[in-house]
Design a protein around this ligand. Structure first.
Ligand SMILES: *Cc1c(COP(=O)(O)O)cnc(C)c1O
Length: 413
């Protein structure tokens, strides 16, 4: 990783060295369990409560409203299944949207099989959910609305506070998946008006396998994990002490740096957009241009496969001596021919969805690294286009009408 430029931070981020140092004692000699009553374990108990306070401070919650989990996938599953279980006597209808993360969509598919009805609202061409559509979808038997704070692929930030005002007025529980925003942009649960909020440590320079669910005091939710009496009987299982301590440290660091980083990364993000618009032909920016995460850039390059670009950039070649890691919404990697459901929900034709690339930045990224990555990307795109049988410069219809020939994964299948 030394010379590599890692621009896939929406997938995961480098653990901050200060977080690693904070965790180290709890992986070594300090192995006591916070559940035990003798003094050895009580140190872990104190460390966990400190971490809880840091996390509560970061999102404007009371520490009693923070429940540690293994990450956002667990928090999302818990929020959806836990509210469904607690409130099924009231109704069996849930509202979400079509561009959600799989850790929301899959639990909801599961609930559908159990007889729940789920409304998947459309998003507009920028990926935004219309608050009025949420209002109109709420029925007498609606018990839960779940909307992501910011989309992990296209970075679009949803009008959560507006939706929160509506759910509050209607008395419907509101869950927000904030895995992409906590630690990256200011998040305040009161301002958002949510009842439940999921977050994940490894998305903001904390450890993997450590996250939390914020549950507002009084919200009705059944535990997902039953067993011991940890987390005030709401989430059983011996605490992941090193992970929780690391998560707390990441929250503490994020709070210190957040305003400066938002400004710096927003500048870099807009610089990338300006630069690709100036220097590359036939591209489409995906997601809202300004209402988006400061560290997220997503665009489609007409006539080529996102996967080809991603793989080319990840190996040092004549075009890039330093490996560059980015991501794509093209799904050939997973063995499926379907491009990302998120890009399709925006209304992108499949060819453009296949040609998408995501650059997601981190606090260590400099303007110099970004310039290097952009020139490597432009060179690779140029080479791939020169070999493409379907791409004709400036001919938008060409790629749109050429499904099949242009897609490497179809050719390979
Ligand atoms: C990463 C991510 C998740 C999953 O988080 P884990 O902690 O890895 O389980 C869920 N939702 C979004 C939006 C994410 O970006």
């Amino acid at each position: 990783m030394d010379s590599a430029i890692f621009l896939d931070n929406a997938a995961t981020s480098r653990t901050d060295p200060e977080v690693v140092s904070a965790m180290a004692p709890w992986l070594g000699d300090n192995f006591g369990s916070p559940a035990t009553l003798y003094a050895f374990g009580s140190q872990a108990k104190i460390a966990i409560e400190e971490a809880r306070q840091h996390l509560a401070d970061l999102i404007g919650a009371d520490p009693k409203e923070i429940f540690f989990t293994s990450g956002a996938t667990e928090s999302n599953n818990w929020a959806l299944k836990g509210v469904a279980d607690a409130l099924e006597g009231k109704g069996r209808h849930i509202i979400t949207d079509k561009a959600e993360h799989h850790s929301i969509l899959m639990p909801l598919r599961y609930l559908e099989k159990k007889g729940w009805e789920v409304t998947f609202l459309p998003v507009d061409g920028d990926g935004l959910v219309d608050p009025d559509a949420v209002r109109n979808a709420i029925r007498g038997d609606t018990v839960l609305v779940s909307i992501v704070h910011a989309n992990h692929e296209i970075g679009t930030i949803q009008p959560i506070a507006e939706i929160g005002a509506i759910t509050r007025e209607k008395g419907v529980t509101f869950h927000v998946n904030a895995a992409q925003t906590v630690g990256h942009v200011p998040v305040d649960v009161a301002a958002l008006g949510c009842d439940l909020l999921s977050l994940s440590g490894h998305k903001f320079y904390g450890p993997k396998g450590a996250g939390a669910l914020y549950a507002r005091r009084g919200v009705r939710i059944t535990p997902l994990l039953h067993g011991g009496s940890q987390e005030r009987k709401r989430r059983a299982g011996t605490h992941n002490v090193p992970g929780i301590v690391g998560l707390g440290k990441a929250a503490e660091l994020a709070r210190k740096n957040i305003d400066a980083e938002v400004e710096r990364l927003t500048g870099l993000r807009d610089y990338i957009f300006d630069s690709i618009e100036k220097n590359m032909e036939d591209i489409r920016i995906n997601g809202h241009r300004t209402r988006r995460l400061p560290n997220n850039v997503n665009f489609s390059i007409e006539g080529i496969e996102g996967e080809s670009i991603m793989l080319s950039l990840s190996y040092p070649t004549t075009e890039n001596a330093r490996p560059v890691y980015i991501s794509t919404g093209s799904a050939c990697v997973s063995g499926s021919l379907e491009p990302s459901h998120i890009l399709l929900a925006l209304g992108l034709p499949a060819e453009l969805a296949h040609g998408s690339v995501r650059i997601s930045m981190a606090k260590e990224d400099t303007r110099e690294d970004i310039d290097y990555a952009l020139s490597a990307l432009a060179a690779v795109a140029e080479r791939l286009r020169s070999m493409s049988p379907v791409y004709k410069r400036g001919n938008k219809q060409c790629a749109a009408g050429a499904q099949g020939d242009g897609c490497d994964c179809e050719a390979a299948s």
